[in-house]
Design a binder for this molecule. Sequence first.
Ligand code: EPZ
Length: 445
Amino acid sequence: MEKLVIEGGKPLKGTIRIQGAKNAALPILAASVLAEGTTILENVPDLLDIRVMLDILRAIGCKAEHKNETVHIDTTGLNSFHIPADLMTQMRSSIFLMGPLVARLGSVRVYQPGGCAIGERKINLHLDGLRALGAEIEESCGMIHCRAEKLTGTDIYLDFPSVGATENIMMAAAAADGMTIIHNAAREPEIQDLQNFLCAMGARIYGAGTGTITIEGITRFTPCTYRIIPDRIVTGTLMVAAAATRGNVTLERVIPSHVTSLIHVLRRSGVQITVSGDIMNVQCHTRPKRVERVITSPFPAFPTDLQSLLMVLLSLADGLSIIKETVFEGRFKHVDELSRMGADILIDLNTAFIRGVPRLYGATVEATDLRAGAALVVAGLAAHGTTVVEQIQHIDRGYDRLEQLLGSLGAVITRTSLDSAVRPETEPEPERASNPRTGTARANG
Ligand code: EPZ
């Protein structure tokens, strides 16, 4: 299996362009099946999850090609409503095919989706929304069969502003007969991008970005050319990496309003952030300050996807910081690995108490999910000594050649599949008390 080997302690310096947003591209790729013909999507990053989605589209009869961050999808040959199990289980976002396929074909057969081990990740809100629009859904042995002679617009109230459920319902309601209003809808920027794409195909939708989205169904969608927004989580990842390595990084093609909550938290921690249009500069020349409390919550609050990244920075801060995770119940899997690098973190239910330490130390650590893996890479960049991150296929799901991106900013980071040479030679460890909170912190070697 491939690993990333990182020589830490190098401040990141330079300018980088942000990739297109994975979490905008995935639902938009699914929505493309609503229109017969060829849709062109620009600024689509080359990621594992994107490749799986393109394989799913090919499996149901579409033609799909991805070159130079541009995807061409020809849905003329769409001939199946059955998503293969082996593709479904590789990626949770395969569930996005339900709305558009039941709208276009009147039927869709999927399996319980796979995804990151960050929580139960139920899909009840997706299914309830489709039922409300008139779909009949049968579930047996992990398979879900959704049928609808006709979809009819209605009022839908989401118990939780689920991003995926909002998107699935939008895509189905766009082709329903009549008006649909989604109440307590998710407000993430990716929802707005989906609305803009659907409207570019002729849909009549407004309100995305607010908690109430109104959709007037249409019968015929027109293929279009559309550019995906920049990835706000990759933006945040690089902002934290610049701060944690006490570097000076300029990010291009940023939408600052998509990372407002992170900007505020980083500024409270003493990071210097300047914004001019779609360009952002992030600098940090001193030890970060503690941040009393950060609570993850749906947009526009602090995003759960950046929780693990922020935890790395606060692990190095001067004092005690608290992060409360309210979106996913299993999203602290990076904590044990950070503790092995010398972090001092106590977990109590969904709250992390982070007592900053002067430095982290290189170790061999394991990525357990996409954003936990990214956090371990950032920790390795900031740590003293060598860090080896294993199971990096999780990271490749959301970051397009992360090692090249960071390497262009001066990081010493290589991808290898060698088993021998990667045991890092960390510098001799000063005697460190074992961390009573999370076991004994130990470096590799
Ligand atoms: C999207 O996942 C993102 N993925 C996630 O990013 C992101 O963490 C999440 O939104 C929250 O912002 C994509 O867009 C592909 P949710 P999604 O439905 O749609 C519960 C990453 O790292 N829930 O808003 O699955 C669920 O269990 C990934 O890029 C139900 O109970 O998120 C969770 O606790 C990770 N029933 C909460 O809602 C449902 O039917 C948030 O889930 C659906 C969700």
